[in-house]
Write a protein that binds this ligand. Structure first.
Ligand code: IMP
Ligand code: MG
Length: 231
């Protein structure tokens, strides 16, 4: 089982006044729940774990846009540092895919893939999928079955994922956050940064209708803001 840093359900978080938050969001947030520095420290360790497990082979890091872009960039920077400073190093290439499943703070039941590179390029590669947050697990499961269509060799691995058996070759998945929620399908990524309570979180590229990606810390959105930015 992947280890993670647990943020408890009764975690009170930190007052906004203790951190720098953009003025335009000051009235929209309840608390800072994961400060940017802690995200970076945990990401550094995930990079080390990933290199330990996948480091023998060329890695294709696949970023799930848009929410995954900050975690992806920072995780890859840490992997680059490891590559630069040890005797062993692995080539790292990047790819991007865009998926959309959310409207306001609700998961719509459809997961749309709207853009990205030709997935067949990933055929036969060691793919590390990097995303922001797993809630029901539906986005990830849709993506994994799509990827498996490109390369029948991967199908076995995908099933191994869904039944939660760790598999370090061919395809791995790393998510910064996993939400503790009764809506979960049981899907767990191979690498997890934090397990978080069942609230709607924004910041560090996680959005509410495209807002709050330009916020460094992960914060809890207040009810007023849910109305203010509703579509
Ligand atoms: P799932 O398909 O239910 O696992 O949802 C995963 C996707 O929903 C993520 O990639 C996010 O884009 C979005 N999402 C889920 N929970 C949150 C949240 O608390 N804040 C922002 N986006 C979220
Ligand atoms: Mg999103």
């Amino acid at each position: 089982m992947a280890s993670y840093l647990q943020i408890a359900d009764d975690e009170k978080g930190h007052e906004l006044d203790l951190f720098c938050v953009p003025r335009h969001y000051e009235n929209d947030l309840d608390k800072v729940i994961i400060p940017h520095g802690l995200i970076m420290d945990r990401t550094e360790r995930l990079a080390r774990d990933i290199i330990r497990d996948m480091g023998g082979h060329h890695i294709v890091a696949l970023c799930v846009l848009k929410g995954g872009y900050k975690f992806f960039a920072d995780l890859l920077d840490y992997i680059k540092v490891l590559n630069q400073n040890s005797d062993k190093s692995v080539p790292l290439t990047v790819d991007f895919i865009r998926v959309k499943s959310y409207c306001n703070d609700q998961s719509t039941n459809s997961v749309k893939v709207i853009g990205g590179d030709e997935l067949s390029n990933l055929s036969g590669k060691n793919v590390l999928i990097v995303e922001d947050i797993v809630e029901t697990g539906r986005t990830m499961q849709t993506l994994l079955s799509l990827l498996s269509e490109c390369n029948p060799k991967m199908v076995k691995v995908v099933r191994a994922f869904v039944s939660n058996i760790l598999c370090f070759l061919s395809m791995c998945n790393s998510s910064l956050l996993v939400k503790r929620t009764p809506r979960s399908s049981g899907y767990r990524p191979d690498y997890i940064g934090f397990e978080v309570p069942d609230s709607f979180l924004v910041g560090y590229a996680l959005d509410y209708n495209e807002y709050f990606r330009d916020l460094s810390h992960i914060c809890i959105l207040n009810d007023q803001a849910k109305e203010k930015y509703k579509v």
